[in-house]
Design a protein around this ligand. Structure first.
Ligand code: SAH
Length: 326
């Protein structure tokens, strides 16, 4: 079998930057075999428009790279692209290392992370616990997603001591209702809901689906994969392949509203996290968010650009270090 083309621009520690080794992946997860074949460019790949193929690939990647052999996706929920989610964690590890003595990467359970909106997939805690040994509290507002994530943690004894899932009772709260008195985290992280309403999410879904079928007609699976990856990063359901329940996809005010609330709420408990961070899918939201951070008197604000191939995304990070009396 051919190896797939390398993924340009991924972080040096990203285990998937040399492309997928389908032979090894199938060896780890034989059920993947029936989905693997040559794409329009003659490279070995899968059909990224087929949800069963995408799920099988995710299971193989998590099994092979992280020895997480019992991962599954809640029917209809978002199927997160594994290379992109691990990319996010590597950039956060660098952020923590930037403040450490000698720039050492933090490893082990002394590093506590709050993952806001962990989703049914529990993807950041699972990868982060395996990759760096960090301890996670994953919060989730959707009861069914919360139960699914809890089941995934229980199914993986190698990480179950490191991950705790807590249900957030209010969709407009990020910290209140889930963090305990005196609790402290090295960082909070989040992949926020993107759309501002169910209608907008449905419209986004329709457009993405159109996009995917146009790309498939024009350019074969490689381009299709790019479109699907883009759609998934946006938190969009992307038609039949990536799914997505309502609460995953939208919240009051969309991404901008969600992150503005997070900033406001973080300023009320500045000592909770050394770094507060969130993914920002839409670069155009940054000026208003950095303005909100100035108003909140954050003492350091960073934008961590993540670019791989033509994909562009960023993590917004802020701290109240040196200002935290509480
Ligand atoms: N972290 C996962 C899921 C991201 S989708 C991934 O990257 O794939 C965003 C998730 O946030 C959804 O599961 C949604 O239900 C949840 N969510 C929305 N508002 C929330 C809130 N205020 N607190 C916790 N979770 C929330």
């Amino acid at each position: 079998m051919n190896r797939r083309a390398p993924k340009e621009g991924l972080h040096p520690r990203n285990r998937f930057r040399d492309g997928y080794d389908f032979e090894a992946l199938v060896g780890c997860r034989p059920a993947l075999a029936r989905f693997v074949g040559p794409n329009a460019h003659g490279n070995t790949s899968i059909d990224f428009a087929d949800p069963a193929a995408v799920k099988a690939l995710n299971q193989a990647l998590l099994g092979h790279a992280y020895q997480l052999h019992d991962w599954d996706i809640q029917p209809g929920a978002l199927c997160p692209p594994i290379p992109g989610r691990s990319e996010h964690l590597h950039h956060l590890a660098d952020l923590l290392a930037s403040g450490a003595d000698g720039g050492l990467l933090p490893r082990g359970s002394d590093t506590a992370v709050l993952d806001i909106g962990t989703g049914a997939s529990c993807i950041y805690p699972l990868i982060g616990a395996r990759e760096y040994g960090w301890r996670f509290v994953g919060t989730e507002v959707d009861a069914a997603a919360c139960a699914w994530a809890t089941g995934l943690v229980a199914a993986h004894p190698e990480v179950s001591e490191l991950i705790e899932i807590r249900q957030q009772p209010s969709a407009v709260q990020c910290f209140k209702g889930v963090v305990r008195a005196g609790e402290r985290f090295a960082l909070s992280m989040c992949n926020p809901p993107f759309y501002a309403s169910a209608e907008e999410a449905a419209e986004g879904n329709r457009r993405k689906r159109q996009n995917l079928s146009a790309k498939k007609r024009k350019g074969g699976t490689r381009r299709l994969e790019k479109a699907a990856g883009h759609a998934a990063r946006q938190g969009a359901p992307a038609g039949r392949n990536f799914g997505g329940h309502a609460s995953e996809l939208w919240c009051a005010g969309g991404e901008l509203g969600f992150v503005q609330r997070m900033i406001f709420q973080s300023a009320k408990r500045p000592a909770l996290c050394e770094w507060f961070t969130t993914l920002v899918s839409k670069g155009a939201h940054l000026p208003r968010l950095t303005h909100a951070l100035r108003a909140a008197e954050a003492t350091d604000v960073r934008v961590l650009e993540m670019a791989h191939g033509q994909k562009q995304s960023r993590i917004l990070a802020w701290t109240f270090r040196d200002r935290r009396g509480e």
